[in-house]
Design a protein around this ligand. Structure first.
Ligand SMILES: Nc1ncnc2c1ncn2[C@@H]1O[C@H](COP(=O)(O)OP(=O)(O)OP(=O)(O)O)[C@@H](O)[C@H]1O
Ligand SMILES: [Mg+2]
Length: 221
C-alpha cells in the first residue's frame, strides 16, 4: 500500500484556506484519489473539544504557553487518530492548518521561544511533516475583512463565534504574516506562497497546477 500524501493549507485569517482546500479536495476526487479533509485545531473528536477552548472566548483567555500546549495536545490527538491512520491506508490528507500555524501564531505572533516550539513539535509529531504546504498570503486588512464576512455567515448559520484569534489586533496579524513568509523561506522544498489578492478561480488553478506538478498527476489521473 502506497502511503497517501499529506498537504497543509496555512496563512493568516481570511486568506481563503477553507475555500481552496475544498476545491483541491474535489479536484483530487475527480481523478479518483481518495482524500479526506480535516482541520486544526481539531480534526478528531478529542481535538475538536480542545478547539472550542482555543477559538472561542476573549483573546486573553490563555497565556501564550498554555495556548501553545493546548494546540500541541490537540495536534497529537489529530495525528494519532485521524492523520496517520488515513495516510497508512493510502488516503491523501488535506488539512486546514497544521504545525506552521503554531510557529506563526504562538512563535512570531506571541513571542514564544521558537526553539522550544521546534522541540515541542518534535515531541508531538516526530519527523512527520506535510509533503507540501500551501501558504495563502494576503495583506492583513483584506484578510481580516474577509474573515469578518465569513464570521457573519457562521453566525447566520448558528455555527458559534470562532473569532478569538481574529480579535488579537492588527500588529499581531502583521507579525504572523511575516512569520509565515519566513517559514516559507526556511522550508523552500515543502512550502509555496500564493498571493491571494487574485480571484478565487485564478488561485484555484495555480494551486492545482502546482500540486499536479509536485506529485506527478494529470487531469486523467
Ligand atoms: N480570492 C478571493 N477573493 C475574494 N474573496 C475571497 C477569496 N478567497 C476567499 N474569499 C472569501 O473570503 C472569506 C474567507 O475565505 P475562507 O473562509 O476560505 O478563508 P480562511 O483562510 O479559511 O479564513 P479563516 O482563517 O478565517 O478560516 C469567504 O467569505 C470567502 O468566500
Ligand atoms: Mg477557514
Amino acid at each position: 500500500m502506497t502511503r497517501g500524501k499529506f498537504i497543509s493549507f496555512e496563512g493568516g485569517e481570511g486568506g481563503g484556506k477553507t475555500t481552496q482546500l475544498n476545491f483541491l479536495c474535489d479536484t483530487l476526487k475527480s481523478i479518483d484519489i481518495d482524500v479526506i479533509q480535516t482541520r486544526e485545531p481539531g480534526g478528531s473528536k478529542g481535538a475538536e473539544e480542545i478547539r472550542n477552548l482555543l477559538v472561542e472566548g476573549p483573546p486573553e483567555r490563555w497565556d501564550a504557553v498554555t495556548e501553545t500546549l493546548l494546540h500541541c495536545a490537540a495536534r497529537r490527538d489529530h495525528i494519532k487518530t485521524t492523520i496517520l491512520p488515513a495516510l497508512e491506508k493510502g488516503l491523501w490528507v488535506l488539512t486546514d492548518r497544521f504545525s506552521d500555524s503554531t510557529m506563526a501564531y504562538q512563535g512570531y505572533g506571541h513571542g514564544v521561544n521558537k526553539k522550544a516550539l521546534q522541540n515541542l513539535q518534535q515531541f508531538v509529531a516526530g519527523t512527520m511533516q506535510p509533503d507540501m504546504t500551501i501558504i495563502l498570503d494576503l495583506p492583513v486588512k483584506i484578510g481580516l475583512a474577509r474573515a469578518e464576512k465569513r464570521a457573519t455567515q457562521q453566525i447566520k448559520n448558528n455555527n458559534g463565534q470562532e473569532d478569538r484569534y481574529e480579535r488579537m489586533g492588527a500588529d499581531f496579524h502583521e507579525r504572523l504574516r511575516k512569520g509565515f513568509l519566513n517559514i516559507a523561506k526556511n522550508n523552500r522544498k515543502r512550502c509555496i506562497i500564493i498571493d491571494t489578492t487574485r480571484s478565487v478561480e485564478e488561485i484555484q488553478s495555480t494551486i492545482q497546477r502546482l500540486v499536479f506538478k509536485k506529485f506527478g498527476l494529470s487531469e486523467d489521473g
